[in-house]
Design a protein around this ligand. Structure first.
Ligand SMILES: NC(=O)c1ccc[n+]([C@@H]2O[C@H](COP(=O)([O-])OP(=O)(O)OC[C@H]3O[C@@H](n4cnc5c(N)ncnc54)[C@H](OP(=O)(O)O)[C@@H]3O)[C@@H](O)[C@H]2O)c1
Length: 285
């Protein structure tokens, strides 16, 4: 399948990856519905007048707002081919430094919004017997960093739900990819997007050092968002897209290190792990 005039639905599109995706797709003549918390900001940021562009003001945490947005998209363009669950933000702090409210909001936007979109787009995709759902997770969903437990947990959730979704919808002709970017030069690390605990506890020196390291990286991240957007668009044109797509050399290295660590630890504790079976022959290990 090539990318000839597909209908795209992209969340969180007024900046960063979402904005780069919308602009590249419109330039390529694609039909694009995009969501933002602020429709006017989205229109201004995209700055392209075209009947191919449907800017939508959506509260992704609200089921009826999401359902309506997908209905509008389907009415406007007659189908939905590629769904990119992109909206999300980073949240930093040791677990006890973040309130229940802050923690739940991060899950609402990073996880439950994605579930809302999937829940309401699947009826269209099932009927079509086609479609590609692309969920933006993070390398933090594979190898999270010190001080980012809640962000890591949310992005792990996105990977977990994507893996099972892929299996659940395969026979319906729907494809799923989960994208795990490393550090990219978007608005992600700016105070506009990032939430850091407002009640730091002095004991967490490593957490503070990790946050300082990330904040210093803002504007100097190795990853180019335009290239990330182009790579995401490329996989949507593949007949056999990957379930996992890592983006960035840092993501690649962190993921491989994590796999080595995981592999080594699983092997190191094999006997204790397997000894819990009713019968296990330790001499086979
Ligand atoms: N940049 C990186 O280094 C990096 C690395 C790994 C993963 N990611 C992931 O990539 C995705 C896009 O991030 P980005 O790097 O492009 O960052 P960005 O420039 O800050 O853009 C984030 C987008 O997400 C939406 N968003 C942010 N907070 C939101 C909230 N509270 N409620 C609803 N929507 C919200 C915004 O949409 P509106 O303002 O238009 O509503 C915004 O357009 C996120 O899921 C992020 O976790 C980024």
């Amino acid at each position: 399948m090539d990318n000839n005039k597909k209908v795209w639905f992209i969340t969180g599109a007024s900046k960063g990856f979402g904005l780069s995706l919308v602009k590249q797709l419109l330039d390529a003549g694609q039909l694009v519905a995009a969501t933002s918390r602020n429709q006017q900001e989205l229109i201004d940021a995209v700055n392209i007048q075209s009947n191919n562009f449907l800017p939508l003001q959506v509260d992704l945490v609200n089921e009826s707002s999401v359902s309506l947005a997908l209905q509008h998209t389907h009415e406007a363009f007659g189908r939905i081919d590629v769904v990119i669950n992109n909206a999300g933000y980073g949240i930093g702090g040791a677990i006890e430094e973040l309130t229940d409210k802050e923690t739940r909001l991060a899950f609402d936007v990073n996880v439950f919004a994605t579930l809302n979109v999937i829940r309401f787009v699947m009826p269209y995709l099932r009927k079509q017997r086609s479609g590609h759902i692309i969920n933006i997770s993070s390398i933090a969903g594979i190898a999270p960093g010190t001080g980012w437990a809640i962000y890591g947990a949310a992005k792990y959730a996105v990977i977990g739900l994507s893996e099972v979704l892929a299996a659940d919808v395969k026979s319906l002709g729907v494809k799923v990819t989960v994208v795990a970017p490393g550090a990219f030069r978007t608005n992600f690390l700016t105070p506009d997007s990032l939430t850091l605990t407002s009640t730091p506890i002095e004991d967490y020196e490593d957490v503070r050092a990790s946050h300082a390291k990330y904040l210093k990286m803002d504007g100097e991240q190795a990853g180019d968002p335009e290239k990330a957007a182009a790579s995401i668009i490329k996989i949507a044109g593949e007949d056999n897209p990957p379930l996992y797509l890592l983006l960035g050399g840092d993501a690649y290295n962190r993921a491989l290190n994590k796999l080595d660590t995981l592999h080594n630890e699983i092997r190191e504790w094999q006997d204790l792990t397997c000894s819990t079976d009713f019968e296990y022959d330790l001499s086979n290990s």
